[in-house]
Write a protein that binds this ligand. Structure first.
Ligand SMILES: *[C@@H]1O[C@H](CO)[C@@H](O)[C@H](O)[C@H]1NC(C)=O
Ligand SMILES: *[C@@H]1O[C@H](CO)[C@@H](O)[C@H](O)[C@H]1NC(C)=O
Ligand SMILES: *[C@@H]1O[C@H](CO)[C@@H](O)[C@H](O)[C@H]1NC(C)=O
Ligand SMILES: *[C@@H]1O[C@H](CO)[C@@H](O)[C@H](O)[C@H]1NC(C)=O
Ligand SMILES: *[C@@H]1O[C@H](CO)[C@@H](O)[C@H](O)[C@H]1NC(C)=O
Ligand SMILES: *[C@@H]1O[C@H](CO)[C@@H](O)[C@H](O)[C@H]1NC(C)=O
Ligand SMILES: *[C@@H]1O[C@H](CO)[C@@H](O)[C@H](O)[C@H]1NC(C)=O
Length: 235
């Protein structure tokens, strides 16, 4: 376990960023930059360049654990994390047609530095997407997305087959394969509405008090609180 983590880290150090799904499994190593993927595989939607796999791993029908190594950035100490699910096999890669079913509210990870870093984030009980119910034997794909500070996203997936919770074919979740590294902090992400759709009124909040500048057009004035909101959201 340790040696494989180290060899992955060695690979990682040469690329700009990546994400490894350590539980419940991974479609495969996509920490690759080559002629086919000159920008690096992981930047390709929806699953970082890896097509659907036949060696599915098992996951509970009631949701379960997902652990990942959010990677080793060069130049990016933080990122937003999304976890989604897709269903069916109608997609161009033989997997789901889309990965448009969010499983969590996105959150931010706070790395220790701008340099590549190891470490794991463990979400102990990720639910199924809203309004989705599944049967044992159904197939799906879990996608972990890491949105870098510049807005581009890294993708990794694992193909799963659902089983009743407690089925012995589901790999045990324990402190070895699912833990939070102290080095990686987390932060909530939220937004503050500055102006509702269909409204011309800008809201006032403590973060960016209304600025009254006589003579400025409403459309120009509109940019000021928006910039404030953007900074607030990133902080
Ligand atoms: C499936 O096989 C690939 C290729 O051998 C491997 O990299 C991957 O980890 C396997 N996935 C699972 C979930 O076992
Ligand atoms: C690049 O790596 C991917 C994944 O291993 C592989 O499928 C592809 O054939 C490689 N491309 C070249 C040009 O070697
Ligand atoms: C789920 O995937 C496995 C392996 O790819 C396949 O053998 C099985 O028929 C699929 N099950 C369903 C319900 O589509
Ligand atoms: C996404 O995939 C689901 C099936 O899993 C399908 O019902 C839905 O129509 C798809 N959405 C779009 C926008 O293609
Ligand atoms: C879930 O279903 C309820 C009832 O049909 C509906 O009101 C709600 O909008 C749905 N939620 C999502 C995220 O689709
Ligand atoms: C943790 O669970 C994995 C299977 O997911 C197993 O291989 C490993 O031996 C377990 N570790 C401990 C310390 O129980
Ligand atoms: C790890 O941190 C996440 C995010 O704060 C939290 O949801 C999860 O429960 C933690 N995992 C463990 C094993 O404590």
């Amino acid at each position: 376990m340790l040696s494989s983590a180290i060899s992955v880290l060695a690979l990682a150090a040469t690329a700009s960023a990546h994400i490894v799904i350590s539980y419940p499994g991974w479609r495969g190593n996509n920490l690759v930059t080559n002629e086919t993927f000159p920008y690096g595989m992981q930047w390709s939607y929806p699953c970082g360049g890896t097509p659907v796999t036949g060696n599915r791993t098992y996951w509970p029908t009631t949701g379960g654990a997902i652990a990942f190594q959010p990677g080793w950035f060069q130049g990016h100490a933080t990122a937003f994390v999304y976890v989604n699910m897709g269903f069916g096999t109608d997609g161009p890669d033989g997997g789901p047609a889309n990965m448009s079913f969010p499983m969590i509210h996105p959150f931010q990870i706070l790395g220790p530095s701008k340099n590549p870093y190891p470490g794991t984030v463990c979400l102990t009980q990720v639910p199924l997407p809203n309004n989705v119910t599944v049967q044992p034997g159904d197939n799906a794909t879990i996608q972990v997305v890491e949105l870098a500070v510049h807005g581009a996203a890294l993708y990794s997936c694992v193909d799963i087959t659902f089983l009743e919770p407690g089925d012995e074919r589901i790999a045990e979740v324990n402190a070895t394969n699912c833990y939070n590294s102290t080095d990686i902090g987390v932060a909530d992400i939220y937004t503050i509405t500055t102006r509702e759709s269909g409204s011309d009124e800008y809201r006032v909040s403590a973060a960016h008090p209304a600025i009254s500048l006589p003579g400025l057009s409403a459309s120009l004035l509109g940019w000021l609180p928006l910039i404030g909101a953007g900074i607030w959201a990133v902080l």
